[in-house]
Design a protein around this ligand. Structure first.
Ligand SMILES: *[C@@H]1O[C@H](CO)[C@@H](O)[C@H](O)[C@H]1NC(C)=O
Ligand SMILES: *[C@@H]1O[C@H](CO)[C@@H](O)[C@H](O)[C@H]1NC(C)=O
Ligand SMILES: *[C@@H]1O[C@H](CO)[C@@H](O)[C@H](O)[C@H]1NC(C)=O
Ligand SMILES: *[C@@H]1O[C@H](CO)[C@@H](O)[C@H](O)[C@H]1NC(C)=O
Length: 281
């Protein structure tokens, strides 16, 4: 008698669990996304491409069954958050940024990891609010019309792996805070108007594999940097950067270097013998 009671109780318990589990499963299929996060995404994209774009009409479930091309999402604690934004003419998403602006809601997408806004029409300076994007790994703002100095706040994005600001109108000295980017492997600053010499803290970007700065009136001398600190450096392009002085022997200590661009500068002296032997296969 006692045993059958227990058995019935266990069956009930089992069925109960089964129902709960199945119910849970059904809920997950509809990709829960907090209304606030959804609004942030819509308003961020509107900032890029204009108010005529109505996200809630076109893409009511942007991380689920009505994805927006160029937008990627990930689950955090059971809710979808935006982790990637790739928007512009070179993507298939036909969302041409006409009067592109960073709305304040954009900076509230705090799980953003990958930001690719290449080839749009961003004007003016990078907003200081960028410092809030603490999880960001990739920033590509290349081929825009951005100006002003490179914001110090980028030095606070210590998780950054790739930074591409090439083909803009950035100017002034590189901030010494750039040395805080200890994990960054690629920095592309080509074709801007950076000047004021090579900032010494560049040598603190110890994970750097590729650094391109060509076509900037940077000036100064190569000897300002202890090149041997950049042990992982494979590609270094400093062509057409108004450099003077000699090529220091410390550059020969870059054992992984595969490409060294120093053309179109005002360098003097001879190539140090160690660098000549370095380039032999
Ligand atoms: C987008 O469309 C919805 C539903 O049609 C409407 O309620 C909302 O006001 C529109 N939003 C904008 C910004 O046009
Ligand atoms: C680029 O920015 C400058 C101001 O810095 C502005 O005069 C120019 O019209 C902009 N060009 C484009 C194509 O937006
Ligand atoms: C830098 O990379 C290391 C190794 O991948 C990681 O453990 C660390 O958290 C990263 N630092 C930041 C600030 O993200
Ligand atoms: C290059 O550097 C020299 C100083 O060495 C400076 O006078 C000149 O203006 C610089 N050129 C450019 C294009 O910035």
């Amino acid at each position: 008698m006692k045993n059958s009671f227990l058995a019935i109780f266990l069956v009930f318990l089992f069925v109960g669990w089964f129902v709960i589990l199945c119910g849970g499963q059904e809920d997950q299929d509809v990709a829960p996304m907090e209304t606030k996060e959804k609004e942030r995404l819509y308003l961020a994209i509107q900032g890029f491409i204009g108010k005529q774009w109505n996200g809630s009409d076109l893409n009511p479930d942007p991380c689920g069954w009505t994805p927006i091309q160029g937008v990627s999402c990930d689950l955090f604690d059971g809710f979808w958050y935006v982790t990637g934004l790739s928007i512009g003419p070179i993507y298939d998403n036909s969302l041409p940024c006409t009067n592109a602006k960073f709305s304040h809601q954009f900076f509230e997408l705090t799980h953003l990891r990958r930001l690719v806004l290449s080839g749009n029409r961003f004007n003016g300076e990078i907003p200081v609010s960028f410092r809030g994007l603490t999880e960001v790994l990739i920033i590509d703002l290349s081929r825009n019309n951005l100006s002003g100095s490179m914001p110090l706040t980028l030095g606070g994005l210590t998780s950054l792996l790739k930074l591409d600001l090439s083909n803009n109108k950035f100017e002034g000295k590189l901030p010494k805070e750039i040395g805080n980017l200890k994990n960054v492997t690629l920095v592309d600053l080509r074709s801007n108007k950076f000047s004021g010499g090579l900032v010494q803290s560049l040598e603190e970007m110890i994970s750097l594999k590729e650094m391109a700065m060509s076509s900037n009136p940077i000036g100064g001398e190569l000897s300002e940097i202890q090149w041997e600190n950049l042990r992982n450096l494979e590609i270094l392009d400093l062509s057409n950067t108004n450099l003077t002085g000699e090529i220091p022997e410390s550059m020969a200590k870059l054992k992984r270097l595969r490409f060294l661009g120093l053309n179109d500068n005002k360098l003097s002296g001879n190539l140090p013998p160690k660098i000549v032997t370095m380039s032999k296969p």
